[in-house]
Design a protein. Sequence first.
Lengths: 296, 366
Amino acid sequence: MNKKSMKGWLYLLPAILFLGCFMVYPLIDVLVYSFEEGYNSASQTYLGVGLYNYSYVLRDPYFLQAVKNTFILVIITVPLSTGIALLISLGLNAIKPLRNLYQTVYFLPYVTNTLAVGLVFMILFKKTAYTDGLINLMIQWFGGQSVDFIDGPYWAKMFVLCFYTIWVVMPFKILILTSALASVNPEYYSAARMDGTRSFRIFYKITLPMISPMIFYLVITGFIGAFKAYSDAVALFGTDLNAAGMNTIVGYVYDMLYGNSGGYPSFASAAALILFAIVLTITCINLLISKKNVQY
Amino acid sequence: MKVVLKNLTKRFPSRTKNGADVIAVNNFDFEIPDGKLIGLLGPSGCGKSTTLNLICGLEPPTSGQIFFGDDDVTRLPPENRGVGLVFQNYALYPHLTVLENIMFPLQNLKGPEKMTKPAMREKAMTAAKLVQIDTLLERKPSELSGGQQQRVAIARALVKTPRVLLMDEPLSNLDARLRLQTREEIRRIQQETGVTTIFVTHDQDEAMSISDMIVVMKDGVVQQIGAPQEVYDNPVNLFVSMFLGTPPINVFDGKVENEKLYIGSEAVLSVPGVKDQPVSAAIRPEGFVLDENGPFTLNLSRVEVMGRDTSVVSTHPASRNVTVRSIIPARNKVDRSARTVRFSLLPDKVFLFDVDDDLRLPFVVE
């Protein structure tokens, strides 16, 4: 090792130590726990080594419910939020007066606390003994049947969760997409105008390919973020998510560690690794698709 | 197709509340003959690019009219004018291949003009062959050199066989060697297609070398229109004389007395027909002739040898430039140790301008 690379390693040392202690070591630990059957964190003992933790978790109806919830959330919110964010960004890009005002308004959810927003959503959607909630009142005005969105049927609860998630992730996507749109060289649009390109074709053939790297970035981070959803569900439905039937995979991991059914680090580790495998697979597929479609 | 500009004016509203409007193009009146290559020339900010945008329809004029042949195209959108535009930075779509870029304008055609895929391909190939990039069709613009990108941009502008081809600073992004080559190329393509071509440049060499006519602009106002040599030999005002020519023309504070031009205390040239008055005297570098008994004495600074000819750099108290540069044939030897150098002047290379309005004061050349 020569002097120069010594220096390099020295500069990297703090980061390596930090990451090693707080990321690499716990990751390995989780992997080990997930194979240790009946691990007890108080006595640091376990009964045996094997795949029992995985088979238990995969057969646990709570876990299967959590997986189902998470997948529905991902499949609905990622495309919808990206699509709506793109529409709003195109609109923002097209207007001149009040653009800054609108940009600020659309950005507000980003700086608002998750739990505070959850509270607001509760007030909007929850049915109590005194009131049906604002949304239900509106549904009744239009002659519909009121629905209990917080404690009612599954589809209603899922609707609120998806609505909430989209609302929360939108600002960041709008921020990224508006700057991506603004960075497209206006000469391309002039060139397209010279040829009389119709506006849909300009969007489809020029704008979209130009901002495609940013769209794929948003889709990939969107998938990862949605798979890791937990606090949103807690903000809406409280901590006992299994009872509400609205648990997510991360929520299941948390419950296994600390919840009512807590004290099972082995099961939690196995569930966490299953989540890791899912996210890794999806991200790899995403990257493969994006390599094919983002070409410059 | 001849292009007629009638009293064309473009006014941009001021950015500040009480500021004056910016008049980018002021009353442009010009008829461009069919099949000619026209150079729009001027310093940056003189309105030449705006003129181009008005002709191609990307900007509407504030007043005035534009005719292509007998058609009034002033209110037509760009795609219905039949113009091709080559952008300064080419504006090639980076995600499309060369062929797709050239075909893009054709794919926008609709109605009766709509073309089949093989027909589009064939037309694109013809355009690509014309600019000699038919071997690069599958490449992306990022895989091409600057000169090749330029050719693709020209092919894209030509693929719809426009009535008028417009180019915005076509050579500004190329290095010196490529620039020479490309301007020949532009000339060749223009002559092969016979399309009326207008190009914008701030480089007078570029404009002079390939244009049939040049239009010199300043602050939105056309200064002079004519064949390059004619404009160079007969500038109408001080600005035009200073803008054309490398090295630039030498300007002196002088005066005319008894039909003689005085620079400093020396009577350097007889200028019949000019009445007594102070003048700006502009002398082209090639207007100096080395002459031991010449009437014009300059303080010699240095001699630069350029091979074909020699550049004599000197100073004079009445010169408006820091140095006076004269170009003499290399066979004429200058005594480099001397303090001064003496010249006589070629009368057709000396221009006199009024000191107030900078207009040319003609005199009789014997």
